[in-house]
Design a binder for this molecule. Structure first.
Ligand code: AMP
Length: 450
């Protein structure tokens, strides 16, 4: 048992009010996670907090519960919007994460009169305005869309008392720093700021120095990179053999649902199409998909009709999918911390998980960087790949059979066109750039000895 879990072994001793404790009990959680046990008492004192924790640690409740608790005295039954100003602002890098955070808030606030709302880009801004105008105490937003609302004067931020920067490292990766500065300049100086980040890079320290005031610092010792319940495997495989090997692995573990990671949206699309042609229920989720398409793919995955969800790093960040037994790295990320985020999708809450990486010769150098970060060697296995039924997507030497398949499938003869109505897609390439210099950031907890 870690030191942190001894701090508080039940929610009752954390100092939360009865309506919140009831909601927590209804979710079935019996004990706080380490990040909750550490962060909640500190956040309740009102001081700023810089917390190192990634998705899967229970970090969302670690900031939503103390904020809701502090807002309880201001909850109002009045229908007047003036009685429901935005008092807590939570900024998140992606729409998926923002949606999930707000779902959490709704769950925990269900026995209170506190209202919440989520606003994000890629959808008609006018549809968000009426709900904003009725007044909400807790607003979850992606930075760009929040600024759109500020410009349209559909939101007032002058009563914000609580600010959360969720997945702050990812927000920086996605180029949100200028937006964050603009937003922060609009907030009252007297506020409590809580920042959550999976990594503690120099940039994150700078951000913390700029936006937080004497923050308490906490780290959690959970990282799947050092977590023995995630079995890490790697195959040394030629690039051209990756797609048949993937199909082989998916068929071997037919009952398991898998997130397959690619570096680019283009590969995600092509791969999911190739898998579908191979008889595997697959779909892709990335920044060029419309919001509707992403939600549909995620719902299909959650209900089990999609077996393999092919995802880019940004799209997969913050997806709250519990009990995922396996992730496959179809392409090795050039930033080693992305590997840790990826495999953090499996082996949650003590369940066992498998993370398989398909490593081509070109990617060896990236995988070695990963091994340095996680302080673990992952043996490269070799396996026989059967090409009989599988065709690699867009192989250079296309046979006539492939050509006939190609002529039947517009995907192969029409150029790839990104959907234009998706604001988030413009942001995605920044963090999925394959050639950016991999920062060997110290992963909180990931490097800690247990
Ligand atoms: P998060 O890191 O906030 O994305 O949470 C990861 C997962 O853990 C989510 O599915 C939460 O519903 C779940 N979770 C959060 N707190 C607890 C808890 N105290 N006990 C068990 N599961 C939890």
């Amino acid at each position: 048992m870690t030191k942190e879990t001894k701090i508080a072994e039940d929610f009752e001793s954390l100092g939360l009010a009865a309506p919140l404790l009831q909601a927590i009990s209804d979710t079935g959680y019996t004990a706080p996670t380490p990040i909750q046990a550490q962060a909640i008492p500190i956040a309740l004192t009102g001081i700023d907090l810089m917390a190192g924790a990634q998705t899967g640690t229970g970090k969302t409740a670690a900031f939503t519960l103390p904020i809701l608790n502090s807002l309880l005295p201001m909850a109002s039954t009045s229908t007047s919007p003036a009685k429901h100003p935005v008092r807590a602002l939570i900024l998140a890098p992606t729409r998926e994460l923002a949606i999930q955070v707000e779902e959490n808030i709704k769950t925990y606030a269900k026995n209170t009169n506190l209202r919440s709302l989520c606003v994000f880009g890629g959808v008609d801004i006018r549809k968000q305005t009426p709900a904003l105008k009725t007044g909400v105490e807790v607003l979850v937003a992606t930075p760009g869309r929040l600024l759109d609302h500020v410009e349209q004067k559909t939101v007032q931020l002058n009563q914000v008392r609580f600010l959360v920067l969720d997945e702050a490292d990812r927000m920086l990766d996605m180029g949100f720093m200028p937006d964050l500065k603009r937003i922060l300049a609009l907030l009252p100086k007297k506020r409590q700021t809580l920042m959550f980040s999976a990594t503690f890079s120099k940039e994150i320290k700078k951000l913390s120095d700029e936006f937080l005031s004497n923050p308490a610092l906490i780290e959690v010792a959970r990282s799947n990179a050092t977590n023995d319940n995630v079995q890490q495997k790697a195959y040394a495989v030629a690039q051209k053999d990756k797609e048949p090997l993937l199909a082989q692995l998916l068929k071997e573990d037919a009952e398991k649902q898998v997130i397959v990671f690619t570096k680019t949206k283009l590969t995600a699309n092509r791969l999911s199409r190739a898998l579908v042609r191979d008889g595997i229920a697959a779909d892709a989720i990335h920044g060029d998909k419309t919001q509707k398409e992403r939600i549909a793919a995620l719902d299909a995955f959650k209900e089990g009709s999609v077996k393999a969800l092919v995802a880019t790093d940004v799209a997969a960040r913050g997806l709250d999918i519990s009990d995922l037994p396996m992730v496959i790295n179809y392409e090795i990320p050039s930033a080693p911390e992305d590997y840790v985020h990826r495999i953090g999708r499996t082996g949650r809450a003590g369940a066992s998980g498998v993370a398989i990486s398909l490593v081509s010769e070109d990617e060896e150098k990236y995988f070695e960087e990963i091994e340095k970060l996680i302080k673990k060697k992952v043996a490269r296995e070799k396996t026989k790949v059967s090409h009989s039924k599988h065709k690699a997507p867009r192989s250079k030497s296309q046979t006539s059979a492939k050509k006939s398949q190609k002529s039947n499938d517009p995907f192969f003869y029409e150029p790839y066109v990104a959907s234009k109505n998706d604001n988030a897609s413009k942001k995605e390439p920044r963090s999925t750039r394959s050639n950016r210099k991999a920062p060997v950031a110290a992963l909180l907890g990931g490097l800690k000895k247990r």
